[in-house]
Every structure is written in structure tokens, then in C-alpha cells.
Design a protein around this ligand. Structure first.
Ligand SMILES: *Cc1c(COP(=O)(O)O)cnc(C)c1O
Length: 428
């Protein structure tokens, strides 16, 4: 059975409205800048792996064939050595950072470890605790816990209702023993998005530093570290920046903290003169001291075209569309899916909602599998009962959302999910 045979539903109620919204979309011209191998597939998982920018293809060809194949080791002096700094400076305006405050480096997880360790090492006597919340990405929680333990402190995970950030409870939890507050700016599951300035001020009032994980917001929501007074931040480049699978992450250290914080992974890329091969470690000045070892140049180079397209669109315009698109999805959910037992697992207030919408259903796993296998719609599943609809504004249309919702409806009304109750998969 193929539910996608039901097509784009031109005849269904509301399709013309979606088409009209697409016609007025000022970002509609970005859609074709992304590879679309299968035009009937509705891809709503750009929040886990963004689409391939067409412009990345010749860049990847050049970095392999010419830079690696022909120029070989000479390429290190022809742009490779500086690439992580140059791309960091290019990313900086998206997050309200100045030159020399952002670099591309390692993975988000490793960057979290490096900056959290740095913050804990610089904390005042008597401050050894870290505060986070239960909306945070579990991997971040594991790392923060290990960092707290290695400083003789502990991690407090503030409980939420599973959707909205527990702002009042955080305020209670942050105190005179707190060294660091670390949260996801946009929560990976519900999409709840904190007011960055409000929470940063809250941490600072108690004398703690703040470290934001912007993996689910960078490239989709305007961020201003400078104005918000943010100390430290990290984030992913393979989600809304479309950098490619496993592309290196970014890290931000406010310039006034750069000489004060130590990188716990003191590798040669953070050394003042790496090619002296001196046995003593002397950190280089500035943001580069947060580097450790050799960067994966092929993956790093592939980030630039996606970054260029986000900069070209502008984060204000991206956010404006994102608000409309998620509101449209919520409206479609209310009309077509709520009557079928789907709950909304994202904030109702558009301002607090990030670029994806989460739906809850007790059969979420089997429905997700049927969406992928039978209905040609790719969302993702987050245990135990969450279906995430990622709606990256640069390449998602209102018609995509409309059609996806109609196909989800069919998966349930035609009971296509019943054939998938026992499905298994490693990556969900
Ligand atoms: C995607 C994501 C990560 C990914 O970390 P990796 O080191 O790339 O595996 C980390 N934190 C958050 C909040 C994320 O959403």
C-alpha cells in the first residue's frame, strides 16, 4: 500500500490556501538551492540532518580533487589551517558575536565538555554545582554530570512539564553554589525556546556563568550573544545550517573570558607555536586556545555554502517564516489531527516555539514508521510518544506541511500504522 499515491491533495480542503501562502513567501526562492533527489518525498527531519545545499557539491569536489588530490600538504598553507577561524568569523553575525569569538571545532559534545570544564575551572571557591533542565538533550546532561563530578560538585536537573521551560524553578535552583547554568536554547523535543537574555541575567544575578547549546536554534532563530550578555555557547552545524552529516560544531567564548578559561584538551592546535614542537604547552592567545587537534577538512569545507545561504536569507526573515510555518502546522494539527488523538507537545505561543513542532500520540512509533515506509513523509521519533516535524524555513513549503498532515491523517484513518507495531531501527 502506498499512501503517497494519494498525491499532494490538490482537491483537499485548504490546499489552495497553502499554495497561496507559498506564493507570498519571500524565502520561496531558496527552496531550489537544496538538492531534492526525490521530489515526492516530504522531508521534515532537517532538524536532525539538514538538506544538501546544491552549492556544496562543487565545493566538496574542489576540496577533494584539487585541494587534496593535487595540492596535497601545500593546502594547509593555502587556506586549510585558517579555515575553522575564517568560518567562525563568518558564522559570528548569526549569533551576535564579534570577530575572534567563534570557531568551528570538534563536535557539539566535545565543545560542551571543553567549555563546561573551562567554566568550572574558573569558578570561585565554593561554587561547584551545575544547573540544567530535563528538556536538555540527554547527551548534554551526561556530559554536564561528568564535568560536575570531576570538580567535586553535582548536576541539578530541574524538572519541567515536558514542554515549557521551567523558568521559575530554575530561578529557585540557581544559587550561591552554582558555578554554571547550561541549557538548550531551543529544546530538542518540544521546541521550547528560552528567552536567552532573561535566563542569562538570572544566572549572572547569582554569580554563575551561562553556557547555551544552540544546536536547534542557530540558523533558524536570531541570536545575540553580545546583547544578551552570554558567556559561552556551542552549537551544531548539520541541522539548520545544513553543513552535512557530522560537520564540525561551533563554540563561542566571550572575548573577556578567553584568557581566563582553560581548555582541558590542550592539544597542539591550541598551542602558541605548534610547529616548534616544544614539549611544554603554552596556549595561543584568543579563541584558538579552545582548539585541540587536526580538523576534518572535508567536512569543514562543506559547511560554507549552507552558511552562505542562511546569511543571504538573514535570520530575521528566516524566523518570520518559521513562526508562520509552525503556526500553520499547529493550525493544521488542530483541524485534522487533534480529533485523531494527537496532542500538541510544543508551546502554543509562537514566540516560545522553535523551528519544529512536536506531536504526541500513544502509537507514535508505529505512525512514524508508516509515515516513512508508506506515506513518503520523513519526520523523526523521540521516545516514548513524540513525532517531531522539523520545518526548516529555507526549503519547507506550506504545501509540504499541508500534504504531510493529510498523509499522517491517512496513516491513522486507514490504519496503516498497524503493520509497523513491531518495527525496529537503530536511528530513529
Ligand atoms: C544535535 C545536538 C547535539 C549533537 O551533538 P554531537 O556531538 O554532534 O553528537 C548536541 N546537543 C544538542 C542540544 C543537540 O540538539
Amino acid at each position: 500500500m502506498s499512501l503517497s499515491d494519494h498525491g499532494p491533495y490538490p482537491a483537499s480542503d485548504g490546499y489552495q490556501e497553502a499554495i497561496a501562502l507559498d506564493r507570498e513567501d519571500p524565502l520561496a526562492n531558496h527552496r531550489d538551492r537544496y538538492a531534492r533527489g526525490d521530489s515526492s518525498l516530504i522531508y521534515l527531519d532537517g532538524n536532525s540532518l539538514g538538506r544538501l545545499p546544491q552549492a556544496a557539491i562543487p565545493v566538496i569536489e574542489d576540496v577533494t580533487e584539487r585541494q587534496w588530490g593535487d595540492r596535497l600538504i601545500r593546502s594547509w598553507n593555502e587556506g586549510w589551517w585558517e579555515l575553522q577561524v575564517r568560518l567562525g568569523d563568518k558564522l559570528a553575525p548569526l549569533v551576535g558575536a564579534g570577530p575572534g569569538e567563534v570557531i568551528l571545532s570538534d563536535s557539539t559534545s566535545v565543545n560542551l565538555y571543553k567549555l563546561a570544564m573551562g567554566a568550572m575551572g574558573a569558578a570561585d571557591e565554593g561554587r561547584s554545582h551545575i544547573v540544567t533542565d530535563d528538556l536538555n538533550f540527554p547527551s548534554d546532561v551526561y556530559i554536564l554530570e561528568s564535568v560536575a563530578r570531576s570538580h567535586g560538585g553535582d548536576l541539578q536537573v530541574v524538572a519541567s512539564d515536558g514542554v515549557e521551560g521551567p523558568v521559575g524553578e530554575l530561578n529557585q535552583a540557581i544559587g550561591e553554589r552554582t558555578a554554571l547554568v547550561s541549557l538548550s536554547h531551543t529544546a530538542f523535543k518540544s521546541g521550547y525556546t528560552y528567552d536567552m537574555t532573561e535566563i542569562t541575567d538570572m544566572a549572572h544575578r547569582s554569580g554563575a556563568m551561562i553556557l547555551w547549546d544552540c544546536s536547534h536554534s542557530v540558523g533558524a532563530i536570531p541570536i545575540d550573544f553580545e546583547r544578551s550578555g552570554v558567556d559561552l555557547a556551542i552549537g551544531c552545524t548539520y541541522k539548520y545550517l545544513n553543513g552535512g552529516p557530522g560537520s564540525p560544531a561551533f563554540l563561542y567564548v566571550r572575548s573577556e573570558h578567553q584568557e581566563r578559561l582553560e581548555n582541558p584538551i590542550t592539544g597542539w592546535w591550541g598551542h602558541r607555536s605548534p610547529f616548534d614542537f616544544d614539549l611544554e604547552f603554552t596556549p595561543i592567545d584568543g579563541i584558538r586556545r579552545f582548539h585541540s587537534g587536526t580538523m576534518p577538512i572535508l567536512s569543514l569545507a562543506a559547511i560554507e555554502p549552507g552558511l552562505d545561504d542562511v546569511l543571504d536569507a538573514g535570520s530575521g526573515a528566516i524566523r518570520s517564516k518559521s513562526r508562520l510555518l509552525t503556526s500553520y502546522a499547529v493550525d493544521q494539527w488542530r483541524r485534522h489531527l487533534a480529533p485523531l488523538g494527537f496532542g500538541l507537545a510544543s508551546p502554543r505561543e509562537p514566540e516560545r516555539r522553535g523551528p519544529h513542532v512536536a506531536l504526541g500520540h500513544e502509537m507514535a512509533w508505529a505512525i512514524t514508521r508508516a509515515m516513512i515506509e508508506d506515506a513518503h513523509v520523513i519526520p523523526d521519533f523521540r521516545a516514548p510518544d513524540n513525532i517531531r516535524l522539523g520545518l526548516p524555513p529555507l526549503y519547507t513549503s506550506y504545501a509540504d506541511v499541508h500534504t504531510a498532515i493529510q498523509r499522517i491523517k491517512l496513516v491513522v484513518t486507514e490504519e496503516a500504522y498497524l503493520a509497523h507495531l513491531g518495527d525496529d531501527a537503530v536511528v530513529t
